[in-house]
Ligand binder design. Structure first.
Ligand code: MF3
Ligand code: CO
Length: 290
């Protein structure tokens, strides 16, 4: 273990002596680690300056999603949503994070009905009455990342699908309520999963959330199927996404081998997802992007 002199400047960049800044904090984390828990390292803890810059990025991300919310309707091709995202993001001097990310070909993910996530916008997929769609926006502003997604219901959506969308949103909120310092990511996951299961749904296991802010995808990987007290300790300054994908049928998913991206449910039944970017604060949490 790397030992920092108690009189040296704190690792967080505050300029204070370590013993007056994060010393007690680090001791507390070490004792929790000693009891066998997974704990964050310093790279997962954002400084106030970084948090401020990420908030600016998130303002753009939210504005782009608001634009989508105002314009989305039956008859719109997902390609047009991609164009809106490109244009609106650029208007704020920002960059859509998906474009070129590990070869992703578009500016935004558009995932309709049985598509779980990572749907690729296309001129050939026109929204029609009854569709449910997730629009997942991610923004880079001055090198800082934000990431959130929303569901939209197009026209007259079946009662079944409407319920899936609503329960998924409730699950995300129930998970969010569990985000507080000195709890565990598993507390959040269990809240998400319990609500999904109580409604007869299954939570996707193979795809999770992630740390975010300085990179698009940072540690930790975030599960929504683990249990209370499991997975990583949450401490102030950590930032990650809560983005459960909830399926009406089986949790099993398949990736399209033609495009290498589109994830669909294995049984072809619908799936919904909401994504929120959250910061762990001293007293609880703060929503960064939604
Ligand atoms: N926005 C997605 C997420 O929530 C990631 C998409 S990767 C991409 O993590 F390349 F498809 F954009
Ligand atoms: Co994400």
């Amino acid at each position: 273990m790397h030992i920092i002199n108690r009189n040296s400047p704190c690792w967080c960049g505050s300029g204070l002596k370590y013993k007056k800044c994060h010393y007690d904090f680090d001791q507390k984390i070490a004792s929790i680690q000693y009891r066998g828990h997974l704990v964050p390292d310093h790279s997962m803890i954002k400084t106030p300056a970084q948090i401020a810059a990420i908030r600016e990025s998130a303002k753009v991300n939210i504005a782009v999603l608001d634009y989508v919310a105002e314009h989305i309707r039956a008859g719109v091709a997902t390609e047009e949503i991609d164009e809106w995202v490109a244009k609106e993001t650029a208007r704020y001097g920002a960059i859509p994070a998906p474009l070129g990310y590990e070869g992703f070909p578009k500016n935004v993910c558009t995932s309709i009905n049985e598509v779980v996530c990572h749907g690729i916008p296309s001129p050939n997929r026109v929204l029609k009455d009854g569709d449910i769609i997730n629009v997942d926006c991610s923004t880079i502003l001055n090198g800082y990342f934000s990431d959130s997604s929303r569901m939209f219901m197009i026209g007259n959506v079946s009662e079944e699908n409407r319920k899936l969308v609503e329960v998924t949103r409730e699950s995300m909120y129930l998970g969010l309520e569990q985000v507080k310092p000195w709890g565990f990511l598993g507390d959040m996951a269990q809240a998400v999963n319990d609500h999904a299961k109580a409604n007869g749904y299954q939570v996707v296991r193979d795809i999770g959330g992630h740390g975010v802010g300085l990179e698009f995808h940072e540690d930790p990987w975030v599960s929504y199927v683990s249990s209370r007290g499991e997975d990583m300790l949450m401490v102030p300054g950590m930032m990650f996404t809560i983005e459960p994908m909830i399926n009406m049928g089986t949790w099993e998913v398949v990736i399209d081998d033609e495009d290498g991206w589109t994830v669909t449910t294995a049984d072809g039944k619908p799936s919904a997802q909401w994504e929120i970017q959250v910061l762990v604060t001293e007293t609880g949490h703060e929503i960064i992007s939604y």
